[in-house]
Design a binder for this molecule. Structure first.
Ligand SMILES: [Fe+2]
Ligand SMILES: [Fe+2]
Length: 271
């Protein structure tokens, strides 16, 4: 089983660069073309939020149109830049979401069970897991204690060592971590929001952040008030669940030079 994890498109934002404006809508199209070109295709795509920069309906429609070109099923969580009601309206066919309230859910039809947590806290760029959401999370774990499970959420509940995103992490991460530590079926906690790839070990499980598919924030290990966008190679992550073991790979979006050796076939040119 292969899960492609993609996050933080921020469609609607146009960033000025020394080479001219960078429209993140175009970067999104590159990212989706990258997903379409993966061989083999992932069994599912998890998209952990910040679909658009302003939560506007027009931008969500642009994202929806692009996502429709994917063959793999895609499952969406909200980030701090998203708006639940607008997401529900534009992505009305995404019936794994509850009819009302938080956009959290489980996916039961894969060898690795997925729990997707809605950490959106309207009006804040920080995330929130309040008592209601923590109770929902623990109940989902208790109902399937023997099923290996991966947890996806937008805001990391753990510190990354990057002070700026750490100031915008998920509130109540300690309480959440206590639940994680009590449920050994959890194989990983997987997040977005930071716009950099990060791996750590937290409350007994591997914990990942996948970088944005459209722009990065710098590797700034000291306090700053804000960060400027950085155009490192954008990434998505592939999680391979095989024989009871979860392995993660970073997949760089874009074209990079290959050094060809005699007898080695040229890599596929994914159009
Ligand atoms: Fe983001
Ligand atoms: Fe975010």
């Amino acid at each position: 089983m292969i899960i492609a994890h993609i996050t933080d498109f921020h469609v609607g934002r146009v960033i000025e660069t020394a080479d001219g404006p960078m429209d993140l809508h175009d970067r999104m199209l590159d990212a989706i073309a990258h997903l379409r070109g993966l061989k083999p295709q992932p069994d599912l795509v998890m998209f952990t939020g910040d679909l658009s920069n302003h939560g506007s309906e027009a931008d969500y429609i642009r994202v929806r149109q692009a996502l429709r070109t994917l063959d793999a099923p895609i499952y969406i969580l909200p980030g701090n830049h998203d708006r639940r009601q607008t997401l529900r309206r534009v992505f009305a066919g995404h019936d794994y979401w509850p009819q009302e309230g938080f956009l959290h859910y489980t996916l039961e039809n894969y060898p690795l069970r997925i729990i997707a947590l809605d950490t959106l806290w309207p009006g804040s760029h920080e995330g929130m897991l309040d008592a209601e959401r923590l109770a929902w999370f623990e109940a989902r774990l208790q109902e399937a204690a023997d099923r290996p499970t991966a947890v996806f959420m937008h805001h990391p509940p753990f510190k990354t060592g990057l002070p700026y995103p750490d100031s915008l992490m998920c509130r109540n991460g300690d309480a959440f971590g206590g639940i994680v530590a009590r449920h050994p079926q959890i194989q990983a906690v997987i997040c977005g929001h930071v716009h950099r790839d990060v791996v750590t070990y937290w409350r007994g499980v591997p914990a990942y952040v996948t970088g944005s598919a459209t722009f990065a924030n710098g590797l700034i290990l000291y306090p700053v008030d804000d960060v400027d966008p950085l155009f490192e190679p954008p990434t998505c992550r592939l999680f391979v669940w095989d024989n009871g073991r979860l392995t993660s790979h970073i997949s760089f979006i874009g074209s990079y030079l290959y050094g060809l050796s005699e007898g080695v076939p040229k890599p596929p040119q994914n159009e």
